[in-house]
Design a binder for this molecule. Structure first.
Ligand SMILES: Nc1ncnc2c1ncn2[C@@H]1O[C@H](COP(=O)(O)OP(=O)(O)OP(=O)(O)O)[C@@H](O)[C@H]1O
Length: 308
């Protein structure tokens, strides 16, 4: 962790007297597992400790990014109450700022892989304690066509599923909605080959490529070393994505053996290009994001994130 502080600049938290003890909670009431009582409980605990807490519920997609990018953003701590998509919006809004608040997460969301990655507490009291302790780590992130991602950016089958999963199905069935959609499109899709260039080396060919900033993918499944609080990115490339291979790779993923599976490679990189003869669906942090080509690199900065 200390190494990461030395290799990339951490954007510093706001220390101006007027923001001391000022906590802004941006909560996404549409995120999976949203719990208004938990929000209130965190607020009560923080106020009891002397913080001034401004709790805001978003009214539309994109609002967290707008608030984070606004020049008037003033808070010592910015708490995102939501899932990975909401955290991604916050990073996207903060990315061009010179000074940023300490970031904290109240984990809601359909999966919340980042909370899992960072070992974040779930209970209101423990979350408040973590915020009051002010222990931070540098949260590194990647950029896909200049859009930040904190977990992963990928092209291929998983992105097609992310593009295709209906929102109402996701809200009703949670992670199972992805499984149903994967089976539905997995049987009918036409795969397109991908060309992946890593740090200018000879291209590698595959059918699925995921650039990962985090250790975990899709839940508690580990796909690469390092993690979101370590600098650098890893690329997982799968040679095949026919239904049988997809089942085989899914089992390897669940067993924590994806990097050892036949036809799979995992490689650390700083800069990569994923291209294809025809546009292939892409996603960042579990939300749909454009199509190939993707230019991917590690961001020069990191953001301080509160951890237990
Ligand atoms: N008030 C809102 N109405 C509609 N969409 C919103 C609102 N606030 C935020 N969003 C959007 O909801 C998207 C998904 O939210 P979020 O990630 O918090 O929950 P999730 O999808 O349940 O979780 P996960 O991303 O972990 O699967 C975000 O990308 C954000 O743009």
């Amino acid at each position: 962790m200390i190494d990461s502080l030395q290799t990339t600049p951490v954007l510093s938290g706001v220390e101006a007297p007027e923001t001391a003890g000022l906590v802004l909670i941006m909560a996404n009431p549409t995120s999976g597992g949203y719990n208004s009582q938990k929000l209130q409980d965190v607020k009560v605990h923080l106020e009891a400790a002397g913080c001034r807490v401004d709790l805001r519920l978003t009214t539309h997609a994109g609002e967290i990014g707008e608030v984070c990018a606004a020049p008037g953003l003033a808070a010592e701590t910015l708490i995102i109450a939501g899932g990975d998509g909401s955290v991604n919006e916050a990073l996207t809004g903060l990315q061009h700022k010179k000074r940023v608040p300490n970031l904290a997460i109240i984990p809601f969301g359909t999966a919340n892989v980042l909370a899992l990655e960072l070992g974040l507490p779930k209970g209101a009291k423990a979350i408040a304690r973590m915020i009051l302790n002010k222990r931070t780590k540098p949260l590194h992130y990647g950029l896909a066509n200049d859009r930040p991602f904190v977990l992963m950016a990928s092209a291929g089958f998983d992105a097609e599923v992310v593009h295709a999963v209906p929102l109402d199905l996701k809200r009703r069935l949670k992670k199972f909605a992805y499984v149903i959609t994967a089976i539905r499109i997995g049987l009918t899709r036409k795969a397109t080959p991908l060309t992946i260039s890593l740090d200018g080396a000879a291209p590698v060919y595959g059918r699925f490529a995921v650039a990962s900033n985090a250790r975990h993918y899709g839940g508690p499944f580990v796909i690469c070393p390092g993690g979101a609080t370590d600098p650098g990115l890893h690329m997982l490339i799968l040679e095949r994505d026919d239904p049988w291979s997809s089942i085989r790779y899914s089992i390897a993923l669940m067993l924590g053996r994806i990097s050892k599976a036949k036809g799979a490679t995992v490689q650390a990189f700083q800069e990569a290009v994923i291209s294809s003869p025809e546009p292939v669906a892409a996603q960042v942090d579990g939300d749909p994001f454009a199509v190939t080509p993707l230019n991917i690199r590690a961001a020069a900065n990191s953001v301080p994130i509160l951890v237990p």
